[in-house]
Ligand binder design. Sequence first.
Ligand SMILES: O=C(O)CCC(=O)C(=O)O
Length: 252
Amino acid sequence: MIDPKLLKLNFTPQNLTTEQKFKLDNLGFIILPNIINSAWRQELRQAFENIMSSEGEHAGQETGQMAGVRRLSDLVNKGAVFDPIYIHPLLLACVAHVLKQPFKLYSLNGHDPLPSQGQQILHSDGGKFVGPPMQHQMVNSMWMLDDFTPNNGATRVVPGSHLEFRDVREQVEDPLASHPEQVLLCAPAGSVGIFNGSVWHSCTQNNSSKKRRALHCAFVLRQLEQQTDQSTHLKPETEKRLSPLSRYILDV
Ligand SMILES: O=C(O)CCC(=O)C(=O)O
């Protein structure tokens, strides 16, 4: 269901294919190729590096730093180059398909596991809110600024785990270990992986010497809390350039 408010804001819904809907419903994830063209990707990579060097040891602080990972937070307020991400029509169509109710941005962050680091425990982002069914609470997306390969720390997901309805910690003895059913989201730079927030997933260790930069653009049901409260973080220069659609998605 597309939120009627989105339609009033001139959002043009994009139709998902039967296969895309099937994958989102049953596997809990899809990969969309060729979403970020190479010129935009270059700008996003440059912005990633500029913010990282200007924020230094404070980078990622707004939502949480992580040892062994270069993290960035609150990218909504860190450059117009990020603006098209959270209103991308195909992304919003996928989010609407999964959540089935009005939604808003949860956060827009950056994540780059350093060489020999980055392994995370299997976890889910959804399911932490009391009330709505856990498989319809959150959607995350992984904007790949570099190739995601089997050895550079690609995100792992356990297909169908959003339908488990039980906490991953009750199901998996060692959440750091490789899961027998996990698959890696490997795809060329410029692709976007979209997954139900309740799918068990994590970053894996970067066993290469290369960067694996991704932007995480996550959405949550409108009545739930944002990770980054966009109203309190909103900078005047961001506000000036927001369209009514962007304002609605950010809930500002
Ligand atoms: O970037 C990734 O591969 C996944 C990161 C993640 O799941 C997290 O930081 O919670």
